[in-house]
Design a protein around this ligand. Structure first.
Ligand code: ZN
Length: 416
């Protein structure tokens, strides 16, 4: 197992053109005394939409690291993969996010469920966990219900993990994450405990787990829900993880992973407080927030850059249903709040950047436009060289926006 550094931060580089600007944020953070390891992540879904290969993400990351003289660790995440999609990620990646959200609820063999219950009497009854005031009261039927819900998913995660190890020539020199976030119902802390027991039984050296937390983690916009409820759940999850590490011999590097973790400004103070209080590690997974900064940069540049940003918005508006469909569980776009093509056509640079840049206190900010553009990267991909050339023509202003967004709006509030 490759040990996962304590603080890792996932960055997505949709068009393999932003790694330098992203890495610049980690370099600035390090100067401030915050040691964060970059993890370049790009899911199979994003590669398919753009028509790119994981090896290109690796090349862009390696080049940025070499060019900027980054001497710290960095990782490449095969994000949200499963058995049928993992193969092209094996060689370039050293971090694997085993996505079993779709397998939740699929029934395991009754004999496996019975064996799990028999093996884990410690999960039944009153369970006192250090750091959680109220002990969990878990009945045998709770364990059975949770096993029926999640055991099959952990078995599938094990199959992906074993497949990656075999494909890597029997060498387990990578970080393993299990993700269950892209699903409708959140997993409660007692469920997380049962899931971690099952993952340990499966022999998966899990170092990060991405549960679905309470509330909405929509792409590119702030958390929707009760931040205090989130804080309670997050702290209980941290306590459950520490307990599971001790009880089930899971790696001591095991930590929470917050997916769609960009832009969740209203919960960052609680995450920061929790990791500082407990000394726990953290993985924050962000991706599309970086591509949105590319558009902000183009719009801010004015002229042809602004015109291209408007073109992308207008085309995304025409295809809003199709673009939204693959992201149904992680976006909430109110179509009625989307400005019309004619309105946006008349916008100045400032009007466009006010609407898109994630500064919720700005009266021009429009979370619906932001989410639509978040899923609108397919439009930019279809523009091919035109889009890439625009990024190159405006590289300085685009890079500034990418770096400032990561450093000022994400890293500092979370870690400083
Ligand atoms: Zn996810």
């Amino acid at each position: 197992m490759k040990r996962c550094p304590k603080y890792t931060f996932g960055v997505g580089d949709r068009f393999a053109n932003g790694a330098h600007a992203q890495l610049a944020a980690f370099i600035e953070a390090k100067k401030l005394g915050i040691d964060i390891t970059p993890v370049w992540n790009k899911s199979n879904r994003e590669h398919n939409i753009i028509g790119s290969e994981p090896s290109q993400t690796r090349a862009a990351a390696d080049k940025a690291v070499a060019d900027l003289g980054w001497t710290g660790e960095y990782l490449l995440d095969a994000d949200h993969i499963n058995l049928s999609t993992v193969d092209r990620f094996v060689a370039p990646c050293d971090f694997f996010t085993l996505d079993v959200a779709d397998d939740i609820g699929e029934a395991a063999e009754p004999a496996d469920v019975a064996a799990f219950i028999a093996k884990h009497p410690e999960l039944i009854g009153t369970i006192t966990i250090e750091g959680i005031a109220e002990p969990f009261e878990i009945t045998q039927s709770d364990v059975e219900k949770t096993a029926n819900q999640f055991l099959k998913a952990t078995q599938k995660a094990a199959a992906i993990y074993q497949h990656v190890v075999a494909a890597k020539g029997g060498v387990d020199e990578f970080v393993t994450e299990v993700s269950m976030d892209e699903t409708e119902s959140p997993q409660t802390p007692p469920e997380l405990l049962i899931i971690l027991a099952a993952i340990a039984d499966q022999g998966i050296p899990i170092q990060t787990i991405a549960p679905k937390f309470t509330g909405r983690f929509n792409k590119g916009v702030d958390y929707v829900g009760d931040p205090l409820q989130f804080e309670k759940e997050f702290n209980e999850d941290l306590a459950v993880i520490a307990h599971a590490v001790k009880t089930y011999g899971l790696p001591d590097t095991l930590k929470l992973s917050v997916h769609s973790g960009s832009d969740k400004f209203s919960i960052y103070p609680y995450i920061k407080k929790a990791i500082q209080r407990t000394g726990a590690g953290l993985h924050i997974k962000t991706a599309g927030t970086n591509w949105l900064e590319e558009i902000v940069g183009l719009a801010e540049a004015g002229g042809e850059g602004l015109a291209l940003a408007k073109t992308i918005y207008v085309k995304a508006l025409e295809k809003k249903e199709a673009l939204s469909e693959p992201y149904a569980t992680v976006i909430d776009i109110h179509y009625s709040n989307l400005p019309t093509a004619a309105e946006v056509d008349g916008w100045t640079s400032t009007q466009f950047t006010d609407a898109l840049r994630h500064i919720p206190s700005n009266p021009g900010y429009n979370a619906d436009l932001r989410q639509l553009l978040h899923v609108g990267f397919k439009i930019a991909a279809q523009l091919g060289d035109t889009y890439i050339q625009a990024l190159r023509d405006n590289s300085e202003i685009v890079a500034k926006n990418v770096t400032v967004n990561l450093l000022e709006r994400h890293m500092k509030p979370l870690f400083l």
